[in-house]
Design a protein around this ligand. Structure first.
Ligand code: ADP
Ligand code: MG
Length: 698
């Protein structure tokens, strides 16, 4: 395999220096290996030959067999094109080329039998095909069967590179002995256990399938292989880290924890919360550093889990901190946590960018002498000047706003790296979590506290505005508060900002008896906090905002979330926004305002919102619609998920098999030192050394 990656694509027959430059730049194909692993993205069935007289309605790509009757160049300069009339004896069809007119006219002849392949377009009762693939008819060749279609860029198309050009290069490659002699990358026992098609055969079939069944087996094999090595790599890294990084041991459950649990907990924990606390306790007693991701839908009660975990640290004589992405959230946590901590005599302080110097100095001092037990803050608390006496646990809330590097900084806050608990409300589908966070252990709170009413969600159109406002007015009259959200996709979008400002004016006019406040991402932090503060304290009843409120804000009295131009938001964004309401005991409402004309996907997206309030269903649906690379939160995770053939959205089952097998392999041969293991190790190095440095990702 590695030897193919050493062969420069320019030496392949039919490529040469010019085309190799194009292939490298446009498709990232530099070597024989890259070309061999450039798979078709779909296949067309070329086993049927259509008759021109049978064409009707909107036709897919089809194949015709016949002769050109005449070629007629038309137009001049840029408008030059070549028309040809093609017949198969049952009728005629027009064939058109818009570029390479001269070359084409010279290469095809009238009277000779060809097979042409393309998509017929119906225009004024007549079909025509533009830029078909044209091959001499070869009676002894048999039916062409399935043919791969390759993705191209516009630039390649302009240089008359077609999917067919790629096919031809691949065919040349497939006939070379270096390819047919490729050694399998997977051990024989795995091939037979999972009934996998051998590698060399799969590579042939993925490009040139003999039939549908072989294509499917080849796809399965290559997807499996891709996911297997991905998992093997992650798991091996986890293992080496667990071996290397010791963690502080929290051996006892002490009096702070017990006092709080028995005397001050305002509610009983849900089953899911109890289970998660148990999982965390097991980590903390293991002697290894914990790196755990805690997932729980908005409102599922992650804060209390974090707090009780912190008490475990304190009971064992250590300090703990919790870090939030914004000042508003940090302040909110501080309020909740100091109330609970105060009841049991645990000391807490808040440190943010706007903490005054005097207060900051005092915090620094109390941190180093150990007087302060819990520090709540923004990223201000990871600055080097902040030193702890004995930090043993760092909780990170709403993780996707934090970079990997910032997390790593936390590790250095003590001689033994503190345990890390990352909390996120962005529900990450299981398959994605296994891949992106494969090195973090995952706990899930999959149960909401009792008595929560699901938020009623409605889709309404622009002409319903008046009615909707009347409804909002009704809620305000009952003493509730409302969010009204406008899209602001990019900070630079002036028109969005204008819509937001106009919206603000309109809302003030519509609700003259209420106070309206206003936030967007371009405001100065202090101004933003001031405006948010008006809403949180209840001084303002309506908050007009952009998605800046998406994360974590908790105003239980708010019962309406009205989202303007909802069609412009992504699913998980809508779900996060909806999570801002339904936090109190009252029935809450989420109203999605949209224009009436919607694409199918967009309508589906909005309907998903009205049909489910389950964050995981929303996330799975989101991944299906948009693909995993696009999923919010994953871009910032710093892990390129660049899969050639497998899809995290649809190949979850294969991923599970691959993960199970990778685990088995490592259990039997942790160092990959057996003969089979060494081969896997070589492949891992080949695949990942140039790509991702997993050791830098916590
Ligand atoms: P999130 O997971 O979104 O961070 P929070 O931790 O802010 O959720 O919890 C949301 C609300 O639910 C808080 O007011 C909290 O006190 C309450 N809560 C948490 N756990 C329970 C429970 N087991 N029973 C009742 N209420 C709970
Ligand atoms: Mg929270």
């Amino acid at each position: 395999m590695n030897s193919l990656a050493k062969l420069d694509i320019k030496y392949l027959r039919g490529v040469g220096p010019k085309r190799s430059e194009l292939l490298a730049k446009e498709l990232d194909i530099h070597t024989y290996y890259d070309l061999l692993y450039y798979f078709p993205f779909r296949y067309v069935d070329r086993s049927t030959v259509h008759r021109i007289s049978d064409l009707q309605g909107d036709m897919p790509y089809i194949q015709l067999r016949g002769r050109f009757l005449a070629f007629t160049p038309q137009g001049e300069g840029a408008r030059r094109r070549l028309n040809a009339l093609f017949t198969d004896g049952t009728g005629t069809i027009e064939v058109v080329w818009f570029n390479r007119v001269k070359a084409i006219q010279e290469s095809y002849r009238t009277g000779v039998e060809y097979v042409i392949f393309g998509k017929p377009q119906l225009f004024k009762n007549h079909y025509s095909i533009a830029h078909p693939e044209v091959d001499l008819y070869n009676p002894s060749a048999g039916p062409a069967g399935l043919q791969g279609v390759y993705n191209l860029t516009d630039k390649l198309r302009n240089r008359s590179f077609t999917s067919r050009s790629i096919s031809k290069l691949v065919e040349t490659l497939l006939e070379m002995p270096v390819v047919s002699n490729i050694k399998d990358t997977l051990p024989g026992w795995l091939l037979s256990k999972r009934k996998l098609m051998p590698l060399a055969e799969s590579l042939v079939n993925i490009h040139r399938p003999t039939d549908v069944a072989s294509l499917q087996r080849a796809q399965f094999r290559l997807k499996y292989e891709e996911l297997f090595f991905l998992q093997l790599n992650i798991l091996r890294y986890v293992k080496s880290r667990n071996d290397k990084l010791p963690g502080m041991v929290f051996s006892r459950v002490g009096s702070y924890f017990m006092d709080f649990y028995n005397n001050h907990l305002q509610f009983s924990l849900t089953g899911a919360q109890k289970r998660v606390i148990k999982e965390i306790r097991a980590d903390l007693g293991s002697g290894r550093q914990m790196n755990r991701l805690l997932q729980g839908d908005v409102g599922s009660g992650k804060t209390i889990v974090a707090f009780m975990t912190m008490l475990l640290a304190i009971d064992n004589g250590f300090q703990a901190c919790i870090m939030a992405p914004t000042e508003i959230l940090a302040t909110q946590h501080y309020r909740t946590i100091s109330e609970m901590a105060g009841a049991i005599g645990v000391s807490v302080a808040l440190l943010t960018g706007s903490t005054r110097k005097k207060e900051r100095d005092s915090i620094h001092e109390r941190l180093t002498n150990g007087e302060l037990q819990i520090l709540v803050g923004t990223h201000a608390l990871i600055e080097d000047t902040v030193q702890f006496r004995n930090l043993a646990l760092a909780v990170i809330d709403e993780q996707h706003r934090f970079g990997v590097a910032q997390r790593a900084k936390l590790w250095r806050k003590n001689t033994v790296a503190p345990h890390v608990l990352v909390m996120t409300a962005t529900p990450i589908p299981r398959t994605l979590a296994m891949t992106v966070y494969g090195d973090l252990d995952v706990s899930v709170i999959d149960e909401l506290p009792p008595g929560r009413k699901p938020v009623n969600t409605y889709l309404r159109y622009e002409e319903d505005h008046e009615k909707v406002y009347r409804f909002v007015g009704g809620e305000l009259k009952k003493g509730r508060q409302a969010y009204i959200v406008y899209p602001l996709i990019e900070e630079s979008e002036k028109s969005d900002l204008k819509a937001l400002e106009e919206g603000y004016e309109l809302i003030k006019e519509t609700f003259p008896h209420y106070n309206v406040c206003y936030v967007h991402g371009r405001m100065k932090p202090a101004e933003k906090d001031y405006q948010m503060g008006l809403f949180v304290s209840g001084k303002a009843q309506i908050l007009v905002a952009t998605t800046v409120i998406e994360v974590g804000v908790n105003v239980p009295n708010a019962s309406v979330m009205l989202i303007e131009n909802a069609e412009r938001f992504g699913l998980s964004q809508l779900h996060q926004l909806r999570g801002r309401v339904g936090r109190g005991a009252d029935q809450s409402y989420c109203i999605l305002m949209s224009k009436y004309q919607l694409s199918r996907d967009t309508r589906h997206r909005l309907e998903v919102m009205t049909q489910t309030s389950d964050g995981f269903v929303v996330a799975e649906e989101d991944m299906r619609l948009r693909g995993p690379g696009d999923l919010e939160g994953t871009q910032q995770s710093g892990i390129p998920i660049n899969l050639r053939i497998a899809s995290l959205a649809t190949d979850g089952q294969i991923l599970q098999l691959a993960r199970d097998d990778a685990e088995d392999v490592l259990t039997a041969d942790p160092e990959l030192s057996s003969a089979d293991g060494a081969a896997l190790d070589r492949e891992l190095r080949f695949l990942f050394d140039k790509n991702v440095n997993w050791s830098r990702i916590s």
